[in-house]
Design a binder for this molecule. Structure first.
Ligand code: GLN
Length: 494
């Protein structure tokens, strides 16, 4: 049987039924990583021996008739922004190149408790700052659909690994689009859950009020399963939501049931900025819902135009504070011959932070400085509130909003890297979702003339993941975009 055709859920079923060994599947994927990752560059580290041992343990427990977890024996990947007690946690930064965390992030621990096999840590823009993974201080990742193009970012490594069948599912993090945009560029499913749905404990902070961990899968069902495994309250993260306020639901239970009386919101004027191929694919997807009986309503989102400006004040302000801890003393790189203690700080940071990180620390420090706080930071917070209000109002009229994930398909390596403003604009459709704290999902909805994947974004009210996933599944069930695969990466069999 071709392992390529199996979803994570199907593989788990095969493993539990003893038709495929987890060891067999894990070895096949590891061999594939060895073969194609030198080209794709999705992984920063691969834990070969550890993964095989974990797979052997699952196979042994199944053979002994023990009950096993929801991801029993399934090989998965983790963005290198989440702490793991094994291997390094680099955040794609030279400043943390040799940092070994003493504990597992809660989301990682939950994967391990569900008996997933963690294959390795994936590449990313340094500290999750970027939209192409080109800001990684450690490695270059390319798009498996076209190796002259970016995989998107900042979770580009995880998206590329899922697309290239170098894992069955993966974790990413999304502060302004970093799960949804690379999912769209790589033709896979990516979910940014509601803020507070998943513990951020052990997620290295970028913009703490915006950051959220979320899953990548090749199908909506695999994504739902990953969410089920990692969601829930965590006493170690005070921003994770209590069970009695928003209980974790069984995201898979009714996944295949279409939503009755579905109303889809569309902000036509806002969507008009996307490339024609993207617009057409998104329009077609919306037509598909209409054909399935959904009502399509126009929603006014008057403040979305200000989302990027507000985001780059808030995110950089939070980043400038969060990144103060990389001082050459507590963590990571320390300069070799400092003249005095001030140089320990300044030189360590100067030597090991990349350009984009430095730019943002300066921007954020400026926005928070006395005299400018009111003009920039406070103003941005007010805009954030208006944006949140746009969503609240829109959801009075619809169950979810459909829009593009990104204005373009995957762009060329090097195309935007020297023009930060252009790069920032590639998040125009995703960033407001983080400002509002609501969930958004990217599902494959077509290809452009160059054969590059296009994603449809569906955005729902806070804690509406169950319904949002069902709506995404309605689209997926009607289309076959998600079954295509990048030909360049070939096939693996087991
Ligand atoms: N591209 C956006 C940024 O650079 C969002 C990144 C993210 O979601 N981590 O900040």
């Amino acid at each position: 049987m071709s392992l390529d055709e199996l979803t994570a859920i199907e593989l788990r079923n095969e493993i539990v039924a003893k038709r495929i060994g987890s060891v067999e599947a894990t070895r096949a994927i590891l061999d594939r990583i060895e073969r194609i990752d030198p080209t794709v560059g999705a992984y920063l580290s691969v834990f070969r021996d550890r993964a095989i041992q974990a797979a052997e343990a699952v196979d042994r427990r199944i053979a002994a008739g023990e009950t096993v977890g929801l991801l029993a024996g399934v090989p998965v990947a983790v963005k290198d922004v989440m702490c793991t007690s094994f291997g390094a946690t680099t955040c794609g930064s030279r400043i943390l190149e040799d940092f070994h965390a003493p504990y597992d992030a809660t989301a990682v621990r939950k994967l391990l408790t569900a008996d997933a096999v963690v294959l390795g840590k994936t590449n990313m823009d340094e500290f999750a700052m970027g939209s192409s993974t080109e800001n990684s201080g450690l490695k270059r990742t390319v798009n498996p659909w076209d190796t002259s193009r970016v995989p998107g970012g900042s979770s580009g490594g995880s998206a590329a690994a899922v697309a290239a069948r170098m894992c069955f599912a993966a974790l990413g993090s999304d502060t302004g689009g970093s799960i949804r945009q690379p999912a769209s560029f790589c033709g896979v499913v990516g979910l940014k859950p509601t803020y507070g749905r998943i513990s951020r404990y052990g997620l290295v902070a970028y913009g703490s009020s915006l950051d959220q961990i979320g899953p990548f899968g090749r199908t909506v069902a695999d994504t739902a399963l990953m969410l089920k495994v990692i969601a829930g309250h965590d006493p170690a993260d005070s921003t994770s939501v209590a069970e009695d306020v928003a209980p974790v639901e069984d995201y898979l239970a009714k996944l295949d049931e279409p939503v009755e009386g579905l109303r889809i919101g569309v902000a036509s004027a806002f969507n008009a900025g996307a490339d024609p191929a993207v617009r057409q694919a998104v329009d077609q997807a919306v037509d598909g819902y209409r054909g399935a009986g959904a009502q399509v309503v126009e929603v006014a989102m008057p403040h979305l135009d200000y989302a990027i400006a507000a985001y780059y004040v808030i995110a950089t302000a939070e980043a400038s504070s969060n990144l103060a801890r990389y001082d050459g003393v507590h963590y990571g790189h320390r300069t070799k011959n400092p003249a005095d203690y001030v140089e320990v700080y300044s030189k360590s940071r100067e030597e090991a932070f990349g350009q984009e990180v430095k730019r943002r620390i300066m921007l954020g420090t400026y926005a928070l400085s006395s005299g400018y706080y009111d003009a920039y930071y406070l103003k941005a917070l007010k805009v954030r509130n208006l944006i949140r209000g746009d969503f609240v109002k829109a959801f009075e009229w619809c169950d979810c909003i459909a829009m593009p994930v990104a204005p373009t398909t995957a762009f060329k390596l090097g195309e935007k890297v020297d023009d930060p403003l252009k790069m920032y604009l590639s998040d125009i459709y995703t960033i407001a979702v983080n400002l509002a704290g609501v969930p958004g999902i990217s599902v494959p909805c077509g290809f452009d003339d160059a054969g590059l994947p296009i994603g449809l974004q569906l955005i729902g009210p806070a804690f509406s993941e169950t319904k949002l996933l069902r709506i995404a599944r309605m689209h997926e069930a009607r289309t076959d975009w998600h079954t295509r695969r990048p030909v360049a990466v070939g096939q693996i069999t087991a």
